[in-house]
Design a protein around this ligand. Structure first.
Ligand SMILES: *Cc1c(COP(=O)(O)O)cnc(C)c1O
Length: 397
């Protein structure tokens, strides 16, 4: 998945444009910048690639989620439904707004199970946030129907799935708002950075203001700009955006390499009748950044994971025991241990997660192994890897 694997002259040229002018900020300094507006250029290119009206760059994927929700008016006491399998950032972004994260079970798509989502909806629910973990998506049609029925926002955390599609639409563009991360290990990278996309003019305008201290960005004199409301600093720098300009141009090449490598691994692993693959919903196309599969038992999954690593098959994850991506090891989040103040509403409304039954999620995650698809493998290396993986799995069944 990582864009840093194929990084070089193109990125350097874009960054040098910025270094040569010395204008490292995305706003203002019009006369000095030699016509370079890398952040704006990347926003326009991203909106075009994702077939949406608007893209707003920010400093990270976590910032994108926070700004996306703020731009749609999500705040104190609002409940946001998200899956038990995600990255801690999605949970953190909800709390950053004083809103209440409600964890909900996943199914064999490894993302939100629509039936469990429906059960979790209350009068305080404002957002359904599917997280397209490891490159593939939830049954977005079912989630969209729930949103329409209950008047909720559909916010896609597409940080790990840029380039995938659902019903022919780029992931991130299907819901009301979609978010991407361009951190160092994502499919394309800016070093640090993120973006939100939307077709909604008001959300976009709010996001544009909120991510820069509420500046309205009208006119060319930053000092004279108005501030319709408060905001924060979630700006991306020109240097980071410059890297992204070069990386986005390579996205389709990266996706092609990932798909090819994925298919070689999948073909080999498909010869093992005991393993099954993560379900990709009908009309969905993943971005092939990971290959995820289920072993028959938790015990076998643990053994296979350990053996793969011993056999030199790197970058395979057993998320069930991981403390960043699965709810089991999230005591600090579930008990809201924080250095700062959270509205008392959050404490009052947070479910008692210690008593929550996530056995459905455990049923899938306990048996899941996901392996990263890399861009830099030679043909021989992928075939060798496929053989070693299949052999190792067989030995542990
Ligand atoms: C990486 C990631 C984020 C956060 O992105 P950052 O740019 O690292 O802040 C959010 N959600 C998911 C699913 C991610 O993988």
């Amino acid at each position: 998945m990582p864009g840093f694997e194929l990084f070089g002259d193109k990125e350097r040229d874009e960054v040098n444009d910025v270094l040569n002018s010395g204008v490292l900020m995305r706003y203002g300094f019009d006369g000095k910048r030699n016509g370079h507006w890398k952040a704006k250029e990347l926003e326009q290119a991203l909106a075009k690639r994702m077939k949406v009206n608007h893209a707003q760059l920010v400093s990270s994927g976590t910032a994108a989620l926070t700004v996306a929700m703020a731009s749609a008016g999500v705040g104190a006491g609002d409940e946001v439904i998200l899956p038990t399998f995600t990255f801690v950032a999605s949970f953190e972004a909800v709390l950053a707004l004083g809103a209440v994260p409600i964890l909900v079970d996943i199914d064999d798509t490894l993302t939100l199970e629509p039936k469990a989502v429906e059960k979790a909806i209350t009068s305080k629910t404002k957002v359904i946030m599917p997280v397209h973990m490891c490159g593939s998506m939830a049954n977005l049609r079912a989630l969209k129907d729930l949103c329409d029925k209950h008047n909720l926002l559909l916010l896609e955390d597409a940080c790990q799935a840029i380039g995938g599609t659902y019903e022919g639409k780029p992931l991130g563009s299907y819901g009301d708002l979609g978010c991407f991360s361009f951190d160092y290990v994502k499919t394309i990278t800016c070093g640090e950075g993120g973006a939100l996309i939307t077709n909604d003019d008001a959300y976009y305008k709010n996001a544009d203001h909120y991510s820069d201290h509420g500046h309205d960005h009208i006119g060319s004199d930053r000092g004279a700009e108005d501030h319709p409301f408060l905001g924060y600093n979630y700006r991306i720098s020109e240097l980071h955006a410059a890297v992204g300009v070069a990386q986005l141009k390579k996205l389709d090449t990266f996706l092609g390499i990932q798909e090819k490598n994925y298919n070689i691994l999948k073909k080999e692993l498909s010869t093992i009748p005991e393993i099954t693959f993560r379900t990709v919903p009908e009309n969905g196309v993943e971005n092939y950044s990971f290959i995820s599969f289920f072993l028959p038992t938790e015990d076998q999954a643990r053994k296979v994971h350990a053996s793969l690593s011993k056999a030199g098959v790197d970058a395979c994850f057993y998320w069930y025991d991981n403390n960043w991506h699965y709810h089991r090891k999230w005591a600090h989040l579930k008990h809201l241990k924080t250095l700062s103040f959270l509205p008392s509403k959050v404490y009052d409304q947070l479910p008692n997660y210690d008593k929550a039954d996530f056995s459905k999620s455990d049923h899938w995650m306990g048996r899941t192994i996901s392996c990263l698809i890399k861009l830099g493998w030679t043909k021989d290396e992928v075939h060798q890897r496929a053989e070693t993986m299949a052999k190792t799995i067989r030995e542990n069944l």
